[in-house]
Design a binder for this molecule. Sequence first.
Ligand SMILES: [Zn+2]
Length: 305
Amino acid sequence: MRIYTHHACLEHDPGIGHPESPARLRAVMQALDEPRFASIERIEAPSATREQLERAHGTEYVDHIFASAPSHGLAQLDPDTVMSPGSLEAALRAAGAACAATDAVLARETRRTFCAVRPPGHHATRHEAMGFCLFNSVAVAAAHALGAHRLDRVAIVDFDVHHGNGTQAIFRHDPRVLYASSHQMPLYPGTGAASEHGAGNIFNAPLPPGAGSGEFRAVWEEKLLPELELFRPQLVLISAGFDADARDPLAQLQLAPDDYAWITQRLCELADRHADGRVVSALEGGYDLEALRECTAAHVAALMA
Ligand SMILES: [Zn+2]
């Protein structure tokens, strides 16, 4: 198992009081400092290339993000999404981590990978930054697996409490990608109804505020995992958001760290059956620092097992 990260991901600073703070990644790294994780190989994430970014994002959008990076102060891209002087480098390393992890698992250098990166990515669409996200790292990695490695079937599994509208929008016409998401509804960004099917490759399981472990496990067990099983992915990518934990301040689902261990284990079993065990997981949300630490530890321990 490998962890991909980069210190530049700490230098994206959306400002005092913003929930997507550098302290989040410090909490994640603290979790990974536990002795039980000492044997995991740590790799410095490269920057994503223009070619990699432009498989998932428009050229003009990539230009816009490069041009919006401020040399000092903050640049506001949407009501929630801010760039500081360190943000461009952080976003490039985040997307680059997911691509490098994809390369490594496809080269059979390792089977399981976790990208400890920020900013998150799953709200970023082909042409738009939103919801704290600049580049959609997991979508960039999926497009890299299709474009550079010629895979035919890539699964993106998203258990962040918010719907990954950007990921869904990028791949809704591409049946080579299956997107499966559980998320709270109603909640930002408002998409993710069960009726949104794309090209038959989109599977959404919205959960009402207050839903907990039982409801979460039931939708994966009864709806989403069976679709993933039928799809037989050659690679499993995870948008690993930990903001469905009961302690999270931005949402009202009631999960516990053990639920993240459970879903991770099920996804590893899926990958073992169909994808030679290949899993690339990348951090998305999670805004209670203690919950983020505990859920990351549960997730990585299950990836390692
Ligand atoms: Zn989220």
